[in-house]
Design a protein around this ligand. Structure first.
Ligand SMILES: *[C@@H]1O[C@H](CO)[C@@H](O)[C@H](O)[C@H]1NC(C)=O
Ligand SMILES: *[C@@H]1O[C@H](CO)[C@@H](O)[C@H](O)[C@H]1NC(C)=O
Ligand SMILES: *[C@@H]1O[C@H](CO)[C@@H](O)[C@H](O)[C@H]1NC(C)=O
Length: 727
């Protein structure tokens, strides 16, 4: 007999041993039952490997026959699989077996720790404990009493004991696959005779097993050097088996981000380095295929830039199948410009236009189906408000090798992002304790989260498991997808390991103009600046910058982009109500202008508020740079207007002072190209500026010293933007 046992042990050691010492050598074997290799299961296996725990898995690849355990009783199937699996260990007194669930369990330490704690408990069999009596509440009073700091009731998701006893316990009675396993063990435990026979105890103080349900507030994560562990503040224990039983999966997943030394204060994200793929080792021809779905489901500012960034992604286009669903007439032109631009460069292109009238849900489901049809290796989903500012985003996401991964993108400077750290009880947004640290980059890593949106990558083997994942009657498609993935046990990660991009704010987007973004300075200041502010604007603000001064106390700065000039001119021309340069002017308080220009006021196109903001944010800092000691906050300006000098209309302006402390004058188009002649002459200095520069601003005192005139144009049309600041 002894010889046989010895022989089997040796066989097992060969089978299960990893390179270093294994738990079996110490007499501990971990067993679990799992039919699917879910992400949770893989996480569990990683934890056993990390702590050199020898593991046997029963049931992999078989159909689950144990009922709907997530929502009701069941799980007898686990016992029946165990009966079969543990036969080889029947009668063994020298081996300790620990059973745990696996989809929602991780180990946080190894065999010597586990065995030491077990021996201290002076039991032959130990079951984990929790605060809820389930599934039969009527059994409450049959349980032995415990102190207030202990958990009273048996949980069957984790137990351990001598192989002999465990074997006898699972064979004590027969159980149907769909009967409840927890009830099975509970009935044994509550039978005093049986309890004593097998010397069964409950781990009421979470020495070994920590069940999370009902204990959320009792556990904190701790870090020691480059290691992380869990501490139970009520019982002062450091449990070894962490079980996210019941409806606490989201919080369990969150805490598991840190456990297994996945993220520690000393070393940051260590799990990020696991299982990564290195695309640099691939020739471009061997890059994996990607189905990219682009979804324009709502009115979105800065869609031109959005498309430019999609086109600029660093990834061989011959490896990308492109799907575009544009549901809005508003964005037809921008979509077409993009499609013309990229022409036939993608592996395939499939476009649905507004006229196809496909709903958002159907379009998103359709993309998943197309991905399956093409046996895509990855599916990349991108919404029109999600900008790739990092052209390596797709490659970086692939390299991270996770089932579903989203790059963290936020509205610039805001806490609004494309992920949720937690869920409210009804499945909506809730903020997790670490959300702000992650968004603001105080914690950098890879985070398993319950909700992602806007831009994410799904691995092909996961896509093949999805059937109409966006369909739901009760929630929006983004939430439907995430709920679907959660229910399937598919992990969604968000990464803030790099800067990937940002979200534009598409709420309150006023689309009543041709160039709507001109009005979007408040909603999307960052995008507005990128599009409309001159790329060299900030150079003037640098210390020691040489500011050009073409005439005495007339300063010259690059301030707006060419696009700004073009868009503002177009909007003014579309509006079309040029004043005609008459002295009688009903727009003015006095109704009369001494030196009238042919102009349109910003107020008339509802751009006045925006313009005053522009003066404050972009003009005032420049003014303070050149006219020291003068500072009005905010700068005031009653007259902000675009002047038009046209060869067939008003061509020049006679000498005058401005009713301003200082005046700004921005050239919106170019001499030589759009017009000839023109410019500004300061009479006192006999100094003229004729070679004006598109996008550049002249700034000069308004009165007394800077008596000036508008020089006549000789051809074309010249536009300038003028503000009389601090009248
Ligand atoms: C990608 O992840 C899977 C699952 O975790 C793993 O089996 C595989 O080895 C990983 N690939 C690489 C290249 O590490
Ligand atoms: C910005 O400055 C650089 C360097 O002087 C110059 O090459 C570039 O053309 C400038 N950009 C614009 C839009 O004028
Ligand atoms: C003003 O400048 C122009 C050209 O720069 C010059 O021809 C003219 O004589 C100057 N007038 C006076 C009054 O200095």
């Amino acid at each position: 007999m002894t010889i046989v046992v010895l022989c089997c042990t040796i066989v097992l050691l060969v089978n299960l041993r990893s390179v270093h010492s294994s738990s079996l050598e110490d007499g501990l074997l971990i067993v679990t039952v799992a039919t699917d290799e879910t992400d949770g299961f893989l996480r569990y296996v990683r934890s056993t490997k990390k702590y050199d725990l020898d593991l046997k898995v029963y049931g992999l690849g078989e159909a689950w026959l144990g009922g709907d355990v997530a929502n009701s009783a069941g799980g007898g199937y686990k016992i029946n699989l165990l009966k079969e699996g543990l036969t080889e260990f029947a009668g063994r007194e020298d081996l300790i077996i620990m059973f745990t669930d696996s989809y929602d369990v991780v180990f946080t330490n190894g065999a010597s720790e586990i065995l030491e704690k077990f021996r201290k408990m002076d039991a032959r069999v130990v079951f984990s404990a929790e605060g809820f009596c389930w599934p039969d509440k009527s059994l409450v009073d049959k349980y032995p009493k415990v102190t207030t700091n202990e958990k009273r009731f048996l949980n069957s998701g984790g137990f351990m004991g001598y192989a002999k006893d465990i074997y006898e316990i699972i064979h004590y009675r027969s159980i149907a696959n769909t009967d409840d396993d927890q009830l099975y063990y509970t009935n044994i435990f509550l039978d005093l005779e049986l309890r004593e026979k097998w010397k069964i105890k409950l781990d009421t103080r979470a020495e070994i097993f920590q069940n999370l349900n009902g204990a959320l507030g009792e556990i904190t994560l701790k870090f020691k050097g480059s290691t992380s562990y869990m501490y139970n503040v009520i019982s002062g224990t450091t449990p070894v088996v962490f079980h996210g039983n019941g409806p606490v999966k989201v919080e369990f997943n969150r805490m598991a981000n840190y456990l297994l030394d996945g993220w520690t204060t000393n070393s940051g994200c260590q799990s990020c380095k696991e299982d990564v793929i290195n695309l640099k080792q691939f020739m471009e021809d061997d890059f994996p295929t990607v189905m990219m779905g682009v979804f324009i489901e709502k009115k979105t500012p800065f869609i031109t830039e959005f498309f430019q960034k999609v086109a600029a992604l660093k990834y061989p286009r011959q490896k990308i199948d492109l799907l575009v669903h544009n549901s809005l007439e508003l964005h037809k032109d921008a979509t077409q410009v993009f499609l013309d631009n990229v022409a036939d460069s993608y592996r395939s292109i499939n476009v649905l236009h507004p006229s196809d009238k496909m709903s958002e849900i159907n379009a998103r489901n359709w993309a998943i189906e197309e991905c399956k049809k093409k046996a895509c290796q990855y599916y990349l989903s991108v919404d029109s408000d999600a900008h790739f500012d990092n052209d390596m985003t797709l490659q970086l996401l692939i390299e991270q090798n996770r089932s579903v991964i989203a790059p963290l993108i936020a509205r610039t400077g805001k806490l609004w992002t494309n992920f949720w750290g937690s869920l409210s009880t009804n499945g909506f947004y809730a903020r997790s304790e670490d959300y702000v640290d992650i968004v603001e980059g105080r914690k950098i890593g890879l985070w398993n989260v319950p909700y992602i949106s806007s831009m994410f990558l799904i691995q092909g083997h996961i896509v093949s498991k999805l059937t109409n994942p966006y369909s739901a009657l009760d929630v929006d498609p983004d939430m439907a997808l995430c709920r679907y993935l959660r229910n399937k046990g598919i992990f969604m990660y968000v990464s803030n390991l790099h800067f990937f991009g940002h979200l534009v704010d598409a709420e309150n987007f006023d689309t009543s103009h041709k160039h709507n973004e001109l009005w979007d300075i408040f909603n999307n200041p960052h995008d507005w600046e990128k599009r409309y502010i001159h790329e060299n604007y900030s150079k003037s603000l640098q210390e020691g910058a040489v500011i050009s001064q073409p005439c005495p106390d007339v300063f010259w700065f690059p301030i707006v982009s060419d696009t700004f000039g073009e868009h503002l001119i177009e909007e003014m021309e579309l509006f079309g109500q040029w004043s005609g340069g008459k002295s009688e002017d009903p727009r003015l308080a006095g109704g009369y202008e001494n030196v009238p220009t042919d102009d349109i006021h910003m107020k008339q196109i509802d751009l006045e508020r925006h313009w005053l903001h522009f003066l404050k944010v972009y003009v005032s800092p420049l003014q303070q740079k050149v006219f020291l000691g003068y500072y009005h906050d905010p700068p005031a300006a009653l007259l902000n207007f675009v002047v038009k000098y046209d060869i067939n209309r008003q061509r020049s302006l006679r000498p005058h002072h401005d009713s301003s402390t200082f005046t700004i004058n921005i050239a919106l188009n170019s001499p030589g190209e759009d017009f000839e002649g023109g410019g500004c002459r300061f009479l006192r200095y006999n100094c003229s500026i004729t070679a004006t520069r598109k996008g550049w601003m002249l700034m000069h005192p308004g009165r007394l010293t800077h008596y000036h005139e508008g020089l006549p144009i000789t051809k074309g049309t010249r536009y300038i933007m003028v503000s009389f600041v601090d009248p």
